[in-house]
Design a protein around this ligand. Structure first.
Ligand code: ADP
Length: 159
């Protein structure tokens, strides 16, 4: 049985993340989505809110589990018995950072493998930070996030 860990801030989860989750869940026996508890960047949603939004989004996936974590990703991967860490790569913007993190993680935990999925063409431009700008400017997020995520963004940013 092969378990994969998909770690991230998910502030909030988008259809781009969900596309990666769907593809990973069709390859691995189990996918654990690891929601960083306290990342170094400042976030809009609390860890509990981000976990709830992810849980609602993946309710239909039978082999996907959602957990918040703190500390090192590779340590959490070992804790949940994940041999593989999954990440998504959008054109140009993600590669350098992911490469750097992958090399460091490999040094820290040679037993954990990284697997990067190329972002779906439809979601190449999609980022959680861009969504926040669009909502603030009154734009439409159809096809970018699940409806409950759109509602949560509006509540947080417009009320
Ligand atoms: P982090 O703080 O770890 O970058 P994110 O929630 O921003 O957390 O992203 C988690 C993972 O999902 C990263 O590997 C990121 O590159 C990937 N990702 C983000 N947006 C998309 C997207 N639109 N399509 C595919 N992968 C994405």
């Amino acid at each position: 049985m092969t378990t994969a860990l998909y770690p991230g801030s998910f502030d909030p989860i988008t259809n781009g993340h969900l596309d990666i989750i769907k593809r990973a869940s069709s390859i691995f026996d189990k996918v654990v989505i690891g929601v960083y508890d306290i990342p170094l960047k400042s976030l809009l949603f609390t860890a509990d809110e981000r976990v709830d939004l992810v849980k609602k989004s993946v309710a239909d996936f039978k082999n996907v589990e959602v957990r918040a974590y703190s500390g090192m990703t590779v340590e959490f991967a070992r804790q949940v018995n994940a041999k593989v860490v999954v990440r998504g790569l959008r054109a140009s913007s993600d590669f350098e950072r992911e490469f750097e993190m992958a090399l460091m993680n490999k040094k820290l935990a040679p037993d954990v493998e990284l697997m990067c999925f190329m972002a779906n063409l439809r979601y190449q431009f999609l980022s959680s930070s861009l969504l926040k700008e669009i909502i603030k400017l009154g734009g439409n997020l159809d096809d970018m996030v699940p409806t409950h995520v759109c509602a949560a963004l509006k509540k947080k940013l417009l009320t």
